[in-house]
Design a protein around this ligand. Structure first.
Ligand SMILES: [Zn+2]
Ligand SMILES: [Zn+2]
Length: 262
């Protein structure tokens, strides 16, 4: 670990949900964006809330090709910011991708470094070409990101075990989804093995992890129709045996302000 690596890891959400997702993680002078489901104009507006400008971004990492994660990426790439994604995601996104813009590829099992951030990708079950999620660290602390995942696996648990912060998908309440007015195929897709984590699944995952070092748990990618923050907090707090107020929620419009790992 370098001396610079001792600076604190910070993260924030610019917004989380099916209308657009983006997360920022920084350490020292390195700042990366994970996904960009917002237009460039909207991204600038949301970055400004956090005291950031486009020029502060060193890279954008893309988890998968669904629009709520990819929508703003090609415009962002045209500004010269390096874009990282798996070969599978690049192939699936090729039709929206400008030929003139080069991509950086990573293997979804192999760690890589951008400035002061260590990035460990890991594959997840989701209905995309080569979807992955990330654990980001600075040599001292680790932040685990997990959204857009239909079911947990021992491999996912191994990566998220012992993290200092987690941003964890709590997409839907299973009862609300079952009684929603969504067409049955959509309900099956969301609740299926390649869909999205429910509150119950997220809580079960949390209960299976070593959470002794956890400083922040942020629920993310909540359905605006089939979930609510109260149900999320109740489910995750039961898994951690903590006060529900301790569970944080990244919202679609407001995101989550900066959090810092100490
Ligand atoms: Zn999504
Ligand atoms: Zn997705």
């Amino acid at each position: 670990m370098s001396a610079r690596g001792r600076a604190n890891l910070q993260f924030a959400s610019l917004g989380s949900g099916s209308r657009g997702s983006a997360t920022v993680v920084r350490c020292n002078g390195t700042c990366v964006l994970v996904d960009c489901g917002f237009s460039l104009r909207e991204l600038r507006r949301r970055l400004a809330r956090l005291g950031l400008r486009l020029a502060d971004l060193d890279a954008v990492l893309v988890t998968h090709e669904h629009g709520d994660h990819l929508r703003g990426v090609s415009a962002l790439a045209r500004t010269g910011i390096p874009v990282w994604m798996t070969v599978g995601t690049a192939q699936a996104a090729a039709s929206t991708w400008p030929d003139s813009v080069p991509l950086q590829h990573f293997c979804s099992h192999s760690p890589f470094v951008i400035g002061d951030l260590e990035i460990q990708p890991y594959p997840v079950p989701h209905d995309a070409r080569e979807p992955c999620q990330f654990v980001l660290g600075n040599g001292t602390h680790r932040l685990g990101l997990l959204t857009d995942c239909g079911s947990s696996t021992p491999y996912i648990e191994a990566h998220l075990d012992g993290c200092h912060a987690l941003l964890l998908e709590c997409n839907h309440d299973e009862t609300l989804l079952a009684s929603s007015d969504y067409p049955p195929p959509l309900r099956r897709r969301i609740g299926g093995r390649l869909g999205h984590l429910s509150n119950r699944q997220a809580a079960a995952l949390l209960a299976a992890l070593d959470t002794r070092r956890l400083q922040h748990v942020v629920a993310a990618h909540l359905s605006e129709k089939n979930n609510c923050s109260q149900r999320v907090r109740t489910a995750l707090a039961a898994a951690l045996a903590c006060d529900p107020i301790w569970i944080e929620v990244a919202t679609q419009d407001g995101g989550l302000p900066w959090r810092e790992l100490l």
